[in-house]
Design a protein around this ligand. Structure first.
Ligand SMILES: [Zn+2]
Length: 237
């Protein structure tokens, strides 16, 4: 049996401490998730920027290629217009012209396609740059607010801890050791006031002997199944 009267307050304070610690952790995690989302968006934006750079380079290359083809085409046409060109040479120049025109056409199609891509991507990047900047600003506000809240939570935690330490002085040291061992093992609530015949933690039915013992005293008894402590708050026999 465990004298649980002083433990009830102690556990109440311990559960409050658990709750505040949980809140601090949740706030930290929430901020970290937001931070991760923003860095993912930033990384995506960077990828889009480097894609844009590559498309621009590709377009520049195609433009140079087109200039070169244009130049070749003009030279070829000048050769065709020269006096005294044999019909055989003329036919060869004509064939060359057709080939060059086809190549030029292909390069120009590439340039146009890339120009469209550049236009779309630039608009997308502009829009996303603004969005990311807004999110970063918001994140900074959340960071400040979260750290202020956590400072408040930690102050509250200190107060409860002080109260808890004072409460623990009133508990018999053997009882305190047992309680703390159980809390280390089970976490959370380990002492339950009950008015029914089942353990609230594990659901097992409580044997008549145990029930009789807790009903006739102010002490707590361990649940045979899960080991948490039970005390009676129902009508006494
Ligand atoms: Zn149990």
């Amino acid at each position: 049996m465990l004298d649980c009267r002083q433990l009830i307050l102690l556990q109440e304070l311990d559960l409050k401490i658990d709750e505040v610690k949980k809140q601090i952790e949740e706030k930290k995690q929430k901020f970290l998730r937001m931070q991760k989302d923003v860095s993912n968006e930033e990384a995506l934006l960077e990828k889009k920027c480097s894609l844009l750079k590559n498309i621009k380079l590709r377009k520049n290359k195609a433009e140079l290629e087109a200039d070169d083809l244009n130049h070749k085409l003009k030279t070829n046409e000048l050769k065709m217009q020269r006096a005294g060109v044999s019909p055989k040479d003329y036919a060869a120049f004509e064939k060359m012209s057709a080939t060059l025109k086809k190549q030029l056409d292909e390069e120009e199609t590439k340039i146009l396609t890339d120009m469209e891509k550049i236009e779309l991507l630039t608009a997308d990047i502009d829009k996303n740059t603004k969005i990311v900047a807004g999110r970063k600003q918001h994140l900074e506000m959340v960071r400040i607010r979260t750290s202020e809240e956590i400072i408040g939570d930690k102050k509250q935690l200190e107060l409860i801890n002080t109260e808890r330490n004072q409460a623990s002085l009133k508990v018999d040291s053997n009882v305190l050791t047992k309680y703390e061992e159980l809390r280390n093992k089970k976490k959370g609530q380990v002492l339950f006031g009950i008015d029914t015949t089942a353990c609230p933690k594990c659901g097992m039915g409580i044997p008549a002997g145990t029930l009789g013992a807790i009903k006739s005293s102010n002490e707590a008894e361990a649940c045979d199944n899960c080991g948490i402590y039970l005390y009676w708050i129902g009508p006494k026999e």
